[in-house]
Ligand binder design. Structure first.
Ligand SMILES: Nc1ncnc2c1ncn2[C@@H]1O[C@H](COP(=O)(O)OP(=O)(O)OP(=O)(O)O)[C@@H](O)[C@H]1O
Length: 341
């Protein structure tokens, strides 16, 4: 079985702006895969390329082995997309919106109606089936986007920031639902700004920055890349940073010291706090300090993420807002209006 998503050197340019820069990424069938990156990293552009809303400038992109442009229909039919934007027809009852969507993907009307009922129940808004999109609350609108993505029973579900701005209850409901879907075999690609969400749900995550892949790893592997901070309180009112540095400099990334009343504190950043702490305590005692207590804290995934995506050199340029607007594909406009996206 080919991968659910496979891109090779994928490039997307909007005028002078390179939104995707030689992005090669593989998501295996059945994976729960997270796409993380700061605003403007290219996550939505990546997704839009897969679903045919954006035409790639270069490289290859396949969904279950089908080229997203040459075999558009087959690739698109395999995907259910819950986009970031509420791009739903506002004038029809939501059940009809779903029936229309299923029909667009070739599902006969009776079956489409049954599926619409089924997914509305699954996302918990069946009682709203005859209401118009505009009348739904923000949270219900998010649920509807998910229902619309599911009505075609897709093998690949793409969720573009599904929990942005939703309350805690709905966030947990959505987490539960997408976990169930993944357990039933649906491959899931999720973009999110909530690191906790990615950590909780994803088998692997790709971190993107400025259109490039920074790394792909499991959340646990990513956390291993962080450092630990060992904080040791000493029974003395002052401590000389240089003395400590001399003692522990071989294994510490950095050392800082603070005075706190009768005591003082030394903070030492190391690769592995658990195995380094005994040595640190020993070295501090050797240097004549009396230890009061000790604490080890791990770098959070969020800190690692910020570190990995910190921009040192902004190579992405934008010529002018006007020229960047688009690649002039009438096709894309049409598809968006059809509500395919
Ligand atoms: N239609 C467009 N025309 C011109 N530039 C665009 C267009 N769409 C996106 N961009 C630019 O491409 C870059 C990537 O944007 P994209 O929306 O893919 O990022 P993102 O990672 O999804 O961001 P966010 O987390 O804010 O949703 C940004 O610099 C954005 O301004």
């Amino acid at each position: 079985m080919p991968p659910a998503i496979e891109t090779v050197d994928l490039v997307k340019e909007y005028g002078d702006l390179r939104a995707l820069q030689e992005l090669s990424l593989t998501v295996e069938e059945g994976e729960f895969f997270g796409l993380l990156g700061p605003n403007g990293a290219g996550k939505t552009t990546f997704i839009n390329t897969l679903v045919g809303l954006v035409r790639k400038t270069g490289g290859e992109a396949r969904v279950f082995g089908q080229d997203v442009e040459d075999d558009y229909r087959q690739a698109r039919d395999a995907i259910g997309l819950a986009p970031q934007e509420f791009n739903v027809d506002r004038f029809f009852p939501i059940k009809e919106v779903l029936i229309h969507k299923a029909g667009y993907h070739g599902i006969p009307k009776d079956e489409a109606a049954d599926r619409a009922d089924e997914v509305l129940k699954r996302v918990g808004i069946y009682d709203k089936r005859d209401e118009r999109f505009d009348w739904l609350s923000g949270g219900m609108k998010r649920r509807l986007l998910l229902a619309r993505a599911l009505v075609t029973d897709p093998d690949l579900l793409i969720l573009d920031e599904p929990t942005a701005g939703v309350d805690v209850q709905l966030r947990h409901d959505l987490w539960e639902l997408v976990t169930e879907l993944n357990e039933e075999g649906t491959t899931i690609l999720l973009t999110t700004h909530y690191i906790e969400e990615a950590e909780r749900l994803c088998d692997r995550v790709a971190i993107m920055n400025e259109g490039r892949k920074v790394t792909v790893a499991t959340p646990d592997e990513l956390k291993q890349r962080g450092t630990d901070t060992i904080s040791v309180r000493l029974e003395s009112p002052s401590v000389a940073t240089r003395t400590v540095e001399n003692e522990v400099g071989v294994y510490a990334h950095d050392v800082s010291t603070t005075a706190a009343g009768d005591r003082s504190e030394v903070q030492v950043r190391v690769d592995d706090g658990g195995s380094t702490a005994p040595k640190l305590l020993h070295d501090l005692e050797e240097a004549g300090y009396e230890i009061a207590d000790l604490e080890i804290s791990r770098t959070s995934l969020e800190e690692i993420f910020v570190d990995l995506t910190r921009s040192e050199d902004r190579t992405v340029t934008r010529s002018s807002a006007a020229s960047a607007d688009d690649d002039g594909s009438g096709d894309e406009q049409e598809r968006e209006q059809e509500g395919v996206a």
